[in-house]
Design a binder for this molecule. Structure first.
Ligand SMILES: [Zn+2]
Ligand SMILES: [Zn+2]
Length: 247
């Protein structure tokens, strides 16, 4: 079977599970709107934190030869040197998202099944459903921070180097914003990036340059909490990161 059909099938099955989880968890959301809004915010924050932890594991912990996940980990590490990730490769991006979305959707459905009307377990199943939705899209969101097929990667890297090395932090931010505004990112996606609801490529530049921070791939809300911890972990255990090594 062609790889693209297999990836599309994986993404479709996962999307069906995510849809079922959302409808099941939120079917009575109108009865307790406050709890639903809390679940939306909490689930979004936890998704961002989970994306950062998983990304950290792919960058530093999981070896290339690890069953199944080793290939994904290698692609994450190769991505630092060659950031050609593109939103046009949808089956692949959503299939990678499905690896986190499907288990989260199953957890949400299981939690709802056993909730027995309890408020806290109901909140947990709603949070997990929200996380499953973000999980489905996290790699596509990351791809919108790169637009790989639309840029000359060497030129893109050189331009970022020039901006980062030659300008003050205020000018740097303004110039990077101008650079990404000029890229063919769909305008509604770029607006959400600028609002910090989707991963802003300006924020993601720091991950590619410093490699020990900003691991999040949803919106960056958890970076402030996780960056000090992850920097410490990298310095303590991975003094000289070698992304093309098998660890
Ligand atoms: Zn990385
Ligand atoms: Zn990236």
């Amino acid at each position: 079977m062609p790889k693209s059909i297999l990836l599309s099938a994986l993404a479709i099955v996962s999307a069906m599970l995510v849809t079922a989880a959302v409808f099941t968890a939120f079917k009575h959301a109108g009865d307790s709107l406050g709890v639903a809004i809390l679940a939306l915010a909490l689930g979004t924050y936890c998704s961002d934190a989970l994306s950062a932890v998983v990304h950290f594991c792919f960058d530093y912990v999981i070896p290339d030869r690890f069953p199944i996940l080793g290939g994904v980990a290698k692609s994450f590490r190769d991505h630092h040197d060659n950031p050609i990730l593109d939103p046009g490769t949808r089956p692949e991006n959503y299939a990678i998202g499905a690896t986190s979305a499907a288990p989260l959707a199953v957890l949400s459905l299981t939690s709802e099944y056993f909730s027995q009307g309890g408020q806290s377990s109901h909140l947990a199943s709603m949070c997990l459903a929200v996380m499953a939705v973000w999980g489905m899209f996290f790699h596509q969101i990351h791809a919108y921070a790169h637009m790989g097929s639309s840029v000359d990667v060497a030129h893109y890297g050189a331009r970022i180097d020039q901006i980062v090395l030659q300008h003050s932090s205020r000018d740097r931010r303004r110039m990077l914003n101008e650079m990404f505004d000029g890229m063919p990112i769909p305008s509604f996606v770029r607006a959400l990036q600028r609002l910090g609801i989707l991963l802003d490529p300006v924020r993601h530049v720091s991950h590619h340059r410093e490699i020990d921070c900003n691991f999040s791939s949803v919106n960056g809300w958890s970076d402030a909490l996780l960056n000090p911890l992850m920097r410490q972990l990298v310095r303590r255990f991975y003094v000289t990161p070698n992304f093309n090594d098998s660890h």
